[in-house]
Design a protein around this ligand. Structure first.
Ligand code: URA
Length: 433
């Protein structure tokens, strides 16, 4: 291990055997945390080559026997604010005959997690055993469950160390972490939603593109069909940020209501998956996805899915209940919205109780907010910018004060290629020789 740390420290590429040895020792706990932490910091300072990243990903993915793939398509988002796309996309794909069995995570920090959102539906169970998942996917084509502890255990250990050693933010480490879990799950067609902007890991388009390209290359190296969309987090996706409130918005989207950007992003991701799985022309794939959303097939699938994972049927009749203190957020000045601090908006929801500061914290499903304002919009004093749902008046006031801080007025500083929702599409990449 010392030899491996020194090589990375000195910018010398690791061999395949070095990486196998490294990952074997992570899984069986031979390497202590302090040596792994030193190696992680060397990676952050010097980087890994693409080939080292491929081998690291493969070693982490394939350290355990592979289960048979449960679905045909999968999606991964690098994490954002208001990102409830899985709740719409999963039943939409299943309604088109493309089974989706997705392992999801919980929210941490300012970003929300799909499992927390689903668990705001009374009765909804997210821990199923493999046989149940298999049966459910065979029967209805969709399952979204908590990540199994067996999947890519090396990543679990490394990720926990990265979180506390300032070594999360490195493109090779992020790409190998995400892709090891996706390769281990075995799904052949994968769309990646790489978020960029104030609410995302990647602060600018160049970084996001580099991350997307590396993940697409890793997929190619291991013979998976992978496309990445780079999407904007210059503002939350849709209006709702929280748990039950995001499920309500997803149910709206499935029934032809709700914000246009959520619908646009879901359809773009769906079209990519149809294209990857069947080779359908992208425009035609988009039309197929739109038809299944518009004629109610996706909604019907959603209702089957919720019932199958134990969710209360009443939950589907109307919006899930929200926290008792409802306060509106109104504009106090006139002007054009130059930028929004998306991370700050996520933080407001977190402080209301919708998220967790630490992994063991509980979330309150009923609190959250709606943010109607989008970058570039011109507003007048008194315009409704959003709504807060809080447990107490005090919490609501703090949230309104926090939201007011997230808006900057003036001419927008966005460059042309940074505006819009879908900023780039990465599908073909040069492979290192
Ligand atoms: N998500 C992951 O799973 N891993 C990372 O390193 C970053 C985001």
């Amino acid at each position: 291990m010392i030899d491996i740390i020194e090589k990375t420290r000195d910018g010398i590429a690791l061999s395949y055997d070095d990486i196998e040895h490294l990952v074997a020792g992570i899984v069986d706990n031979t390497w202590p945390d302090y040596q792994l932490s030193a190696w992680l910091m060397a990676v952050v300072l010097n980087g890994l080559t693409d080939v080292e990243s491929f081998w690291l990903t493969g070693a982490m993915a394939f350290s355990h026997p592979q289960p048979d793939p449960l679905g045909l398509v999968d999606k991964h988002s690098t994490g954002g604010v208001g990102d409830k796309t899985t709740l719409v996309l999963a039943p939409l794909m299943a309604s088109l005959g493309l089974p989706m069995a997705k392992m999801s995570g919980r929210g941490l920090g300012h970003t929300g997690g799909t499992l927390d959102k689903l668990e705001s539906i009374p009765g909804f169970k997210t821990t199923l055993d493999v046989e149940d998942i298999k049966r459910q996917v065979e029967e209805i084509g969709v399952a979204v469950v908590a990540q199994s502890g067996e999947l890519a255990p090396a990543d679990r250990r490394l990720y926990a160390l990265r979180d506390v050693t300032g070594t999360v933010n490195n493109i090779s480490l992020i790409a190998s972490s995400i892709m090891s879990k996706k390769l281990a799950a075995g799904t052949p067609n994968l769309v990646l939603d790489v978020k960029v902007g104030s609410g995302a890991f990647m602060a600018n388009l160049e970084q996001a593109r580099a991350l997307a390209q590396l993940m697409v290359r890793i997929g190619r190296y291991y013979n998976r069909n992978v496309t990445a969309l780079i999407t904007s987090m210059q503002q939350p996706l849709g209006w709702a940020v929280g748990n039950a409130i995001e499920v309500n918005e997803a149910m709206d989207c499935l029934q032809q209501r709700g914000p246009a950007d959520l619908r646009e992003e879901v359809l773009a991701l769906a079209a990519e998956l149809i294209h990857l799985a069947h080779g359908t022309d992208l425009n035609k794939a988009h039309a197929e996805a739109r038809a299944a959303l518009e004629d109610g097939r996706a909604w019907t699938k959603f209702t089957q899915w919720v019932a199958r994972q134990g969710g209360s049927p009443q939950a589907l009749d109307g919006p899930l209940p929200l926290a008792p203190v409802r306060r509106e957020w109104h504009a106090s000045t006139a002007g054009r919205i130059a930028s929004l601090n998306t991370r700050g908006i996520g933080q407001v929801a977190l402080n209301l109780g919708a998220g967790r500061h630490r992994l063991e914290d509980a979330v309150d499903p009923a609190v959250g907010l709606l943010c109607y304002v989008k970058v570039g919009q011109v507003i007048q004093p008194g315009d409704l910018l959003g709504v807060v749902y809080a447990r107490t008046n005090d919490d609501a006031q703090k949230a309104l004060d926090g939201l007011a801080q997230t808006v900057r007025y003036g001419e927008t500083t966005q460059r042309d290629n940074d505006s819009g929702l879908i900023l780039d599409r990465v599908t073909t990449v040069d492979m290192p020789t």
